[in-house]
Design a protein around this ligand. Structure first.
Ligand SMILES: NC(=O)c1ccc[n+]([C@@H]2O[C@H](COP(=O)([O-])OP(=O)(O)OC[C@H]3O[C@@H](n4cnc5c(N)ncnc54)[C@H](OP(=O)(O)O)[C@@H]3O)[C@@H](O)[C@H]2O)c1
Length: 228
């Protein structure tokens, strides 16, 4: 049987005008306002699953959920679960069980190296765990599990890891009208990327002078027809 197409990955971030995703002091960043919240929820409504860097989860304690009634109804009408699967990416499997994440009404998954997943059963608090031996094999596993559209919720390390492997097809950036300075660029300075070109698919002025920019990878990426 032919292998399933790998999932489509859309990286969704709120960034300052100087390209930072967190203030200089770091911590749990809250850059976007209500306009950004809406487009973030639209992306979640599109997705089967979302990937979350373990550090982002530890700092925020929880993940983003869809709250908008119209988006929840849209998913229900399409026979989809209310929330996409929340997939934490980590090199380990230990998380504070008191994180609010473990009480959120959603399905939780973990992607971690095979050696971190011992005993077969998912670690406590997770509904499912898959090995992350390589991104290619992990994405194949996710596609086979029916996860065809993935939103990548950051942070910078996770984004870099996927971009370094040319695995992100869409960038959805909300430009927030702030200058933050400091070292928390949305891609770490150490990221080693092949030069790539991106085609603008959507620009939308949002509440609070925010600007949504949605880009799709050009050459080398899968064609537009694949991403309806
Ligand atoms: N503005 C925004 O839209 C936005 C969005 C998200 C996050 N943020 C901000 O970004 C900051 C956090 O970002 P960050 O770059 O420090 O951390 P991050 O990317 O959220 O998480 C890094 C961690 O994810 C795991 N990880 C990443 N790539 C992996 C790979 N290839 N294989 C296995 N595990 C992998 C590792 O977890 P382990 O350490 O468990 O091994 C790693 O330490 C926070 O300030 C947060 O508020 C902002």
């Amino acid at each position: 049987m032919a292998a399933a197409e790998p999932p489509l990955l859309r990286l969704v971030l709120a960034v300052s005008l100087d390209g930072r995703l967190a203030p200089a002091a770091g911590g749990a960043a809250q850059l976007g306002g209500p306009g950004d919240r809406r487009v973030l929820e639209e992306a979640l409504a599109w997705a089967d699953g979302c990937l979350i860097g373990a550090r982002t989860l530890r700092l925020h304690g929880s993940t983003c959920q869809i709250h908008a009634a119209d988006l929840l109804e849209q998913r229900q009408q399409r026979g989809r679960p209310p929330q996409p699967l929340a997939l934490v990416v980590s090199r380990g499997s230990r998380f504070d069980p008191d994180l609010r994440f473990f009480q959120q009404p959603l399905q939780r998954g973990l992607l971690a190296p095979p050696q971190a997943l011992v005993g077969g059963a998912p670690p406590a608090g997770f509904d499912v765990a898959w090995p992350l031996a390589s991104w290619a094999s992990a994405l194949e596993t996710l596609a086979a599990a029916g996860l065809h559209r993935l939103v990548v919720l950051g942070g910078a390390q996770l984004a870099a890891s996927l971009l370094e492997h040319d695995l992100v097809e869409e960038l959805q950036l909300t430009l927030c009208p702030q200058l933050l300075g400091g070292g928390h660029s949305w891609l770490p300075a150490a990221a080693v990327l092949q030069a790539s070109h991106w085609s603008l698919q959507e620009q939308r002025r949002l509440e609070g002078d925010e600007l949504l920019l949605r880009y799709r990878r050009c050459a080398g990426g899968r064609g537009p027809a694949a991403i309806a």
